[in-house]
Design a protein around this ligand. Structure first.
Ligand SMILES: O=C(O)c1cc(C(=O)O)c2c(n1)C(=O)C(=O)c1cc(C(=O)O)[nH]c1-2
Length: 242
C-alpha cells in the first residue's frame, strides 16, 4: 500500500523568527569565561589570551563575508552585504574594525606583530574559526547568512562587557574599547538585515530547519572558541619536548 509521507508544514515567519531567537540559550554570553570576564575575575594573562585569540575570529570575518558574496546570486543582497567587509577592513589605512581590534590589543599590551602573526592563536580556536569560514564557502549563501544571526544576541552581551571592562579592568586603556562601541550600532543593523533575508528566502520547512541548524552551528563555534581560550595552551612549551 502506498503510504503518503507528510512533509512537515513550514513555520510562519513569526514562528521561524521565534525559533531562531530561542537559540539565544546557546549563545556565548553564558559561557563561564564571559561570566568571569564580566565579574572582573580575569587575570591580565587571560584577558590578553582572549584578545589575541578573538583577533583570529575578527580577521576571518571578512573572509567569510567575501565567501558569502561569491556564492550569492542576488545583486541587491550583495550590494548590502559588501558593507560588512568595509566595516571590518576599512577603506584606508588606520580605519575599520580589524584596526580597532589591533588598538584593543595595544591597550592590553599586545603588539601588532604578535596579533598579525597569530603568535598566540590556540589550535582549538583556529579549527573553530576555520570551520566557520569553510561553512560559508561551501553552504548555500542563505545558510551562511543565517549563521551570522548570532549578531541578534551580540549587542546585549557587548553592552554588559563594555561596562564590565571599564569598571573592573582599570589597567586597560579605554581607547581600546572603540571596537565594541562601533559594533553596538553596526551589529543591530546587520542582524536585522540578515533576519529579513532568512525570513524571506526560507519558506519550506526544510530550508527553515537548515537556517536554524546554521545558527546552532555558529553558536557552537563561539562556544568552542571560548572553551579553548578558557583552557589555555596545554601544549608542551619550547625546551620541554622529549
Ligand atoms: O564580541 C562578541 O561577542 C561578538 C559576537 C559576534 C557573533 O555573535 O558572532 C560577532 C562579533 N562580536 C563581532 O565583533 C563581529 O564583527 C561579528 C561578525 C559576525 C558574523 O557572524 O558576521 N559575528 C560577529
Amino acid at each position: 500500500m502506498l503510504e503518503l509521507v507528510k512533509e512537515p508544514l513550514p513555520w510562519t515567519q513569526t514562528e521561524l523568527e521565534a525559533v531562531l531567537r530561542s537559540q539565544h540559550r546557546r549563545y556565548h554570553h553564558l559561557h563561564p569565561f564571559h561570566a568571569r570576564m564580566n565579574s572582573g575575575d580575569l587575570t591580565p594573562t587571560e584577558v590578553r589570551r582572549w584578545v589575541a585569540n578573538r583577533f583570529y575570529y575578527q580577521k576571518s570575518i571578512p573572509l567569510k563575508d567575501a565567501a558569502i558574496l561569491s556564492n550569492c546570486t542576488d545583486l541587491e543582497v550583495r550590494r548590502e552585504w559588501i558593507q560588512r567587509i568595509i566595516d571590518h577592513d576599512g577603506q584606508a589605512e588606520g580605519e575599520g574594525g580589524i584596526e580597532a581590534w589591533l588598538k584593543l590589543g595595544k591597550a592590553v599590551g599586545l603588539s601588532r606583530q604578535e596579533l598579525l602573526e597569530d603568535q598566540h592563536v590556540l589550535p582549538g580556536v583556529q579549527y573553530a574559526v576555520d570551520a566557520y569560514v569553510n561553512f560559508c564557502r561551501t553552504r548555500p549563501w542563505i545558510e551562511a547568512v543565517a549563521a551570522s544571526l548570532t549578531e541578534l544576541f551580540g549587542p546585549d552581551a557587548i553592552r554588559v562587557r563594555l561596562v564590565a571592562l571599564e569598571q573592573h579592568y582599570p589597567w586597560i586603556d579605554p581607547a581600546g574599547f572603540d571596537y565594541f562601541r562601533a559594533r553596538l550600532h553596526q551589529a543591530p543593523r546587520d542582524a536585522q538585515y540578515a533576519l529579513k533575508q532568512v525570513l524571506k528566502h526560507c519558506r519550506t520547512r526544510e530550508s527553515q530547519e537548515k537556517a536554524v541548524q546554521a545558527l546552532v552551528f555558529k553558536c557552537n563555534l563561539l562556544w568552542s572558541q571560548l572553551e579553548a581560550i578558557e583552557q589555555g595552551d596545554t601544549r608542551p612549551q619550547e625546551g620541554h619536548r622529549e
